[in-house]
Write a protein that binds this ligand. Structure first.
Ligand code: NAP
Length: 251
């Protein structure tokens, strides 16, 4: 199946990986809806791609449901739901507050739950659908100073595996894409934190982050978007329940 004419919803579509997925899916003729809390960056991506921009907070089910309702009115039933919104604040474990831990789970894990649960029934009714999460290599291995992020991304992979079992006969596939470090606004915050806390230069901080990648580079947003597109292709119809590592062999 081509994605042309299919309605794809992308959370966190105003920047980084989400914005690139909006470009790639729109170029393939999909009807793209992008969601995020801030409207201005969504509008910029929408002006460039023709996507429908809607403000919504994925941690708030009512906010998400309202946006999805508007999106369906414009673009029809959702066929592809890409849970991409996320945040990765860093702190040593002893300084992680209960509130910060919950906030991480809320956006990185519960946000995936809310989007997928809100969309899977219309996919099952159509006999075809794609539930995709942008997880992380932090869902497959541990990293220091991002314990809530790692815990939430490991949770996304558990959810993916469970739903692939449960939804196997519906025509829906469920997969998590697990990139290593990607050069996006989210990464810039990590680089700022490293330079501030260690006195390293920006170049040194960048090199420290991709040191674990055998290719010694950051993953590109286009590589993530291309993988999501492939998961929607006929060739990937039996790919379900996977945590696809895009990390140059890091894991
Ligand atoms: P980014 O540019 O910071 O994008 C994150 C997006 O999520 C933003 O557009 C943000 O928009 C949105 N968002 C955050 N909280 C939200 C909420 N509660 N409701 C709705 N939208 C929300 O970072 P990115 O690197 O592209 O991240 C995209 C995904 O890739 C994340 O899940 C991240 O964990 C994953 N990832 C990133 C890397 C990396 O190194 N960059 C590596 C592996 C995986 P608003 O702030 O306007 O809401």
């Amino acid at each position: 199946m081509s994605v042309s004419g299919s309605h794809v919803v992308i959370t966190g579509g105003g920047s980084g990986v989400g914005a690139e997925m909006a470009r790639v899916f729109a170029a393939e003729g999909a009807k793209v809806t992008i969601l995020g809390r801030s409207y201005a960056p969504l509008k910029e991506v929408a002006d460039e791609t023709g996507a429908l921009p809607l403000a919504a907070d994925v941690t708030q089910r009512a906010s998400l449901d309202a946006a999805l309702g508007q999106a369906r009115e414009v673009n029809g039933p959702v066929a592809i739901a890409i849970a991409n919104a996320g945040a990765a604040p860093s702190a040593p474990f002893r300084k992680v507050t209960a509130e910060a831990f919950s906030a991480s789970l809320a956006v990185n894990l519960e946000g995936v739950f809310h989007l997928w649960q809100a969309c899977h029934e219309e996919m099952a009714a159509a006999g075809w659908g794609r539930l995709i999460a942008i997880a992380s290599t932090a869902g497959l291995k541990g990293y220091p100073y991002v314990s809530p992020y790692c815990a939430s991304k490991h949770g996304v992979i558990g959810l993916t595996r469970a739903l692939a079992q449960e939804l196997g006969r519906t025509g829906i596939t469920v997969n998590a894409i697990c990139p290593g470090f990607i050069d996006t606004p989210l990464l810039s915050k990590s680089i700022e934190a490293i330079t501030a806390k260690t006195g390293k230069s920006e170049d040194e901080a960048r090199a420290q982050l991709y040191a674990g990648n055998p290719q010694k580079r950051f993953v590109e947003t286009g590589e993530v978007a291309g993988t999501a597109l492939w998961l929607c292709s006929k060739a990937a119809a039996s790919v379900s329940g996977h945590a696809l590592s895009l990390s140059g062999g890091e894991i």
